[in-house]
Design a protein. Structure first.
Length: 347
C-alpha cells in the first residue's frame, strides 16, 4: 500500500523504531537525507502570536484550561494583534500564526477583520490559524477572508485515550471531523500529538501515524508532553526527549514533504532541543512574537522558554542556533511542497 504522498512501513517496523532508544542516530541520518533532498538546508520561521489564554475547554494536560484559577487571563485587542503582526513582518517573518484558547470573545467578524487587515498591510504574508474547533462555516469564512493554514493537533488517534486526556464534553469525532473539514475547505492543515502524554502507548503512536497518513496534512507538530503544575495531570512526568527526536525522524521518513516544526516544548525539555529537532528532520521554527507582558501567562506547561525575551531577541537567537546546527533561516512563506506522481518530483 503506497499512499499518495507518504511512505508505507508496516506496524512491526514502526514499533521497533518508536521503542528503541538506540536508533536515534540511524533514523536521524535517514531523515536528514530526505529533508535535504526536498527542502535543502532551509528552515522556515513562523512568528507566533498567542493572542488569548482564555479557554472554554478543560484538557487535562493543559495549563490554560478553563478551570485553572491560578493564571492571569489576557486577551490581545485587534489593534495589538495587528501591531504584533507588523512587528513580525519587519523582523522578516512571512508567516504569522494566530494561536489562542477557545475564547468566544473572538467572533468570526473579529477574525475576518484581523485577517483582512494583516493581509492588507502585507499581501505576501501567510496567515496560519490555531483557534481550536469551530464550525465548517466559520472555517470557511476565515479561509475566504485570507487565512492560508490551520493547526489543529488531533492529540491522539485512540478514542479511549482521547477521553483520558479530555473531559466528556469534548468529542473525539468532532476533532477528526474538524481536521477533514479544514482540508476540504482548502487550508494547508497541521495535525500532531504530544509524545509521552499520560496513558499513551507505542501502539497509540502508531495509530497517530496511520491517522496522519489518512489525513495527509501539510504540517505535523509534535513535542514532548510536559507537566504543568496546575492541571489534573500534575503528577505525571514529562515525555521522553529522545523518543520525541526519534519520532521527528520517523515523521520525516513517512512524510517526506511535510513541514515539521522543532517545537518550543522540545526546546524546553532540553536547552539544545530545537537544534537537535532540526538535525532529526524538522524544518520549521515557531518563535514567539507575543508582547513579553503576556508570555508568562500562556503557560501550557511549566518552565516554558523565551518568556522573558523580546521578539527581536528570539529572532537573533534562532539565527545563531540554526546556523550552528548546519541550516539556514529563510524569509519566505514556506508553503508545503507536494509530490507530483507524473513528474516524480516535489513541487
Ligand atoms: N505539554 C506539552 N504540550 C502541550 N500542549 C498543551 N499542553 C501541553 C503540555 N502540558 C500542546 C497541545 C496543543 C498545543 C498547542 O500544545 O498538543 O495542541
Ligand atoms: Fe527565544 Fe532563543 S529563541 S531566546
Amino acid at each position: 500500500m503506497e499512499l499518495k504522498n507518504t511512505k508505507y512501513y508496516d506496524d512491526q517496523t514502526l514499533k521497533r523504531w518508536i521503542g528503541d532508544d538506540s536508533l536515534n542516530d540511524e533514523l536521524a541520518t535517514r531523515a536528514n537525507k530526505i529533508r535535504r533532498e526536498i527542502y535543502g538546508d532551509k528552515v522556515y520561521v513562523r512568528g507566533l502570536i498567542e493572542f488569548s489564554n482564555i479557554c472554554k475547554n478543560n484538557c487535562y494536560y493543559c495549563g490554560i484550561r478553563g478551570a485553572n484559577k491560578n493564571i492571569a487571563r489576557y486577551r490581545l485587542s485587534t489593534e495589538e494583534i495587528i501591531a504584533t503582526a507588523d512587528l513580525g513582518y519587519d523582523l522578516g517573518y512571512r508567516t504569522i500564526v494566530l494561536q489562542g484558547g477557545e475564547d468566544a470573545y473572538y467572533t468570526d467578524d473579529i477574525f475576518v477583520s484581523i485577517i483582512e487587515e494583516i493581509k492588507g498591510h502585507h499581501p505576501d504574508i501567510a496567515i496560519t490559524l490555531s483557534l481550536g474547533e469551530r464550525s465548517y462555516e466559520s472555517y470557511k469564512r476565515l479561509y475566504i477572508a485570507g487565512a492560508d493554514r490551520y493547526l489543529l493537533r488531533e492529540e491522539t488517534s485512540d478514542k479511549d485515550h482521547y477521553y483520558k486526556l479530555h473531559p466528556r464534553d469534548m468529542s473525539f469525532e468532532a476533532r477528526r471531523k474538524a481536521l477533514f473539514n479544514l482540508k476540504e475547505i482548502g487550508y494547508q492543515v497541521g495535525g500532531g500529538f504530544m509524545v509521552g502524554s499520560p496513558y499513551q502507548t507505542d501502539d497509540m503512536i502508531i495509530k497517530d501515524l496511520r491517522f496522519l497518513q489518512e489525513l495527509e496534512p501539510a504540517m505535523i507538530g509534535i513535542g514532548p508532553y510536559l507537566t504543568q503544575h496546575d492541571t489534573p495531570f500534575r503528577d505525571f512526568s514529562n515525555g521522553s526527549y529522545r523518543k520525541t527526536l526519534r519520532l521527528i525522524s520517523i515523521l520525516r521518513i513517512l512524510f517526506p514533504y511535510a513541514l515539521i516544526p522543532s517545537t518550543t516544548s522540545l526546546g524546553t525539555i532540553d536547552p539544545r532541543g530545537r537544534e537537535e529537532g532540526l538535525k532529526a528532520g524538522a524544518n520549521v521554527l515557531m518563535p514567539n512574537l507575543s508582547p513579553t507582558s503576556v508570555r508568562e501567562s500562556y503557560a501550557l506547561y511549566d518552565n516554558k522558554i523565551c518568556t522573558g525575551e523580546e521578539a527581536a531577541e528570539c529572532r537573533a537567537c534562532l539565527e545563531v542556533r540554526v546556523k550552528n546546527a548546519g541550516f539556514r533561516i529563510v524569509s519566505a512563506r514556506g508553503d508545503v511542497i507536494s509530490y507530483n506522481k507524473e513528474t516524480r518530483r516535489y513541487n
